[in-house]
Design a protein around this ligand. Structure first.
Ligand SMILES: *Cc1c(COP(=O)(O)O)cnc(C)c1O
Length: 398
């Protein structure tokens, strides 16, 4: 089978030529001065994208590794956690917390809604004192973004540590780790940064380090250990790794972060917001229904669409992939057969990719007998793109 011509998925997503060429650059010794410099520079760029003064840790392994490392680092038997669930990833995270022995309370909202900070406050009042609050910023499986800043403020005022899965929000939406009191943030490069799916990008506050150091159950001398990175790499003067990082992946992440910052982080984020608005307008004009109940909390990284009942999700995906060379995403986890998702991350947030995504979805559904207005969909995408592009990007963010 041919490779897809367009990968407009919920991640991993298309990487830019610059990222691809960095991934293909020579594999050098990890203690070569050139690699050491690149690694340290990658940390600096990551801290800039995270807008943090906290330590950052680049672990070798897809974001799930970083999430597990963070959970195990902060939790021991009896740790009182409040897990905020508005989607699939947060629900899975709660399973981990329970498995690692935590006493877990939950706030749950339907997966087509965002969390309400007032509800978080009520839960903290009711179940407190809580040591760790965990949340997913952008629930990629359902295309819903939670108000992380407000939640961070509430958690911090309570005295809890805030652990945030920002895998699909970093680089695609506003994220202020320090201002929002995020003690541990975990991201991956393969979503809005459009890098390789092979690393965990973590920010750790001084308070979080203290908690991990004081936790006898935190992994030590382990691939899952955040502490190993602190002791060997950070406190060792950034000259000794706990294990060999992938030289190629680090090159790819370095290029991806550089690109996200090049025009300004604000511009990169605005671009994601614009693509998301255009896709939502297009989907509605096709005559389809968005999954999030309100556009006010629809995510910048993917647009989730309720699948019409007349078709099956796998059938639509394989038809669009085979006939038009466009790879879209279906649902994930509990939402697997309910949703079709259009990704607009990294390069896919630029130019006319939203038009490709909406047209492929519309034409594909029409081929399968669903009544959609393809012309109106395409028109709505282009109107949204033209309108946003006419205004300076910086201003269109809010
Ligand atoms: C992609 C993603 C992850 C990483 O999970 P994978 O299923 O391994 O890709 C974690 N959290 C969120 C919110 C994500 O979007």
């Amino acid at each position: 089978m041919r490779q897809p011509d367009f990968t407009l998925t919920a991640g991993p997503t298309m990487a830019s030529p610059r990222v691809l060429s960095a991934l293909g650059s020579p594999i050098i010794f990890d203690y070569d001065p050139v690699f050491l410099d690149r690694f340290r520079e990658t940390e600096r760029l990551l801290a800039e994208v995270y807008q943090t003064q906290n330590d950052v840790v680049l672990m070798q392994g897809e974001a799930v590794l970083g999430l597990e490392a963070a959970a195990r680092g902060l939790v021991q038997t009896g740790t009182r956690c409040l897990n905020l669930v508005s989607g699939v990833y947060a629900s899975w995270f709660g399973d981990w917390l329970r498995k690692f022995g935590a006493e877990v309370y939950e706030v749950r909202v339907p997966y087509d809604e965002a969390l309400d900070p007032a509800g978080v406050q009520r839960a903290l009042d009711e179940h407190g004192p809580i040591e760790v609050v965990s949340v997913v910023h952008s629930e990629t499986p359902s295309g819903v973004e939670n108000p992380l800043g407000e939640i961070g403020f509430v958690a911090h005022a309570h005295g809890a540590l805030m652990l945030a899965d920002v895998v699909s929000s970093l680089g695609g939406t506003e994220l202020l780790v320090d201002d929002w009191h995020i003690d541990v943030a975990v991201a991956g490069p393969q979503k809005c940064l459009a890098g390789p799916p092979g690393m965990s990008l973590i920010a750790v506050s001084p308070r979080a380090w203290e908690a991990v150091e004081a936790n006898p159950a935190a992994p030590r001398s382990s691939f899952l250990s955040l502490l190993d990175w602190k002791l060997r790499w950070i406190e060792g003067g950034r000259t000794a790794f706990p294990y060999t990082p992938s030289v190629a992946d680090v090159g790819g992440v370095h290029a991806a972060l550089s690109e996200a910052l090049e025009e300004s982080l604000q511009t990169t984020i605005s671009c994601h917001a614009r693509a998301a608005r255009a896709c939502r307008a297009g989907v509605r004009a096709l005559g389809l229904e968005l999954w999030p109940r309100s556009e006010s909390y629809a995510a910048n990284c993917v647009t989730a669409v309720r699948a019409p009942s007349a078709v099956s999700v796998p059938e639509v995906l394989s038809h669009v992939r085979e006939r038009y060379g466009v790879q879209l995403s279906g649902g994930y986890g509990e939402l697997k057969d309910k949703l079709l998702r259009l990704g607009h991350m990294g390069p896919a947030s630029r130019s006319l990719y939203p038009l490709v995504a909406v047209s492929a979805l519309g034409r594909g559904l029409a081929d399968l007998g669903v009544s959609v207005d393809i012309g109106a969909g395409a028109q709505a995408v282009m109107d949204a793109l033209a309108e946003a592009t006419a205004a300076p990007l910086e201003q269109s963010l809010t």
